[in-house]
Design a protein around this ligand. Structure first.
Ligand code: CP
Length: 291
């Protein structure tokens, strides 16, 4: 039995095989590969894309899906997360998908369940299915020729589980990762090149991934307001010029803070393509893990 807790759970070969399967699912036609299977989702944090994409992926594969309504669950009566998961596990689902604010929780829970457990985001630690769909989108854009491409991840990397997963996954496929942010959003440590402004490297990069500013996760900020931040870090037409750069964002986008309205209409942004690919990649993932 295999779980997906971080992208390191899969070899490069497994990921490429997964992508081959996802390409087949790209047209999103139904396929009954998981007919008779039951999947449970436990989203302890809000979600638009990840939860919907998993639910659509499961249904398109013919599986049944039960999404626990966390607001009306017995957590409000003092039940621990461990007991909640033990009880769901006792109902014998074929997979459990969980999003929770506690870093490392899915790794611990995986040791106590009898079915594949998929991490749909744990705090600021990891978001493996987002990184997989990001890599799939990058590979699709460059026809698989991604070795040596350079990506600048712009914004709040310090609290971003998307950055946390991508900084580990993308270099495995030869993509050079750097970060652009004010000091309060920079990563700790010196493992990656980090810049103050995108203008320093805009002529040398192939991909920009903008991130949402997660003000709720910070104690200290070094700018007066979100508008002050946006003056320096919002991706605008002025910043991109006519350069041939692929623009990505995991969502949700804060319009005119992360990316301008104009750039959200620009053909170089593939944000909704990421969302479509998220269904295809998750279909391939569910088919891979559920036996
Ligand atoms: N990308 C992402 O995780 O979006 P949601 O929070 O809407 O799932």
């Amino acid at each position: 039995m295999q779980h997906l807790i971080t992208t390191s759970d899969f070899t490069n070969e497994e990921i490429l095989d997964l992508f081959d399967e996802a390409k087949i699912f790209k047209d999103l036609t139904t396929n009954k590969a998981l007919s008779g299977k039951l999947i449970v989702t436990l989203f302890f944090e809000n979600s638009t894309r990840t939860r919907s994409a998993f639910e659509i992926a499961a249904k398109r594969l013919g599986a049944d899906i039960v999404s626990l309504d966390i607001g009306t669950s017995s957590g409000s009566k003092g039940e621990t997360i461990f007991d909640t998961v033990a009880n769901i596990n006792a109902m014998k689902p074929d997979a459990i998908i969980i999003r929770h604010s506690e870093c490392g929780l899915p790794a611990t829970l995986a040791q106590h369940v009898d079915c594949p457990l998929i991490n749909a985001g744990d705090g600021k630690n990891a978001h493996p299915t987002q990184a997989l769909l990001d890599l799939f989108t990058i590979m699709e854009h460059f026809d698989g020729d991604v070795k040596g491409k350079r990506i600048a991840i712009v914004g709040d990397a310090r609290t971003s589980r998307v950055a946390g997963s991508n900084k580990k996954l993308l270099p495995r496929f030869g993509i050079d990762v750097c970060f652009v942010a004010p000091d309060c959003f920079k990563l700790e440590g010196n493992d990656f090149k980090q810049y103050d402004n995108l203008s320093e490297i805009i002529d040398d990069i192939d991909i920009v991934m903008s991130l949402r500013t997660q003000l709720e996760r910070h104690n200290e900020l070094y700018f007066a307001s979100i508008q002050e931040y946006a003056k320096d870090y919002c991706i605008t037409k002025e910043v991109f010029g006519d350069r041939d750069i692929l623009l990505l964002h995991p969502g949700p986008v804060n319009r005119n803070v992360d990316i301008s309205d104009e750039m959200l209409k620009d053909k170089r942004n593939k944000i909704l393509e990421q969302v479509s690919n998220g269904v295809a990649v998750r279909m391939a993932l569910l088919k891979k893990l559920i036996k």
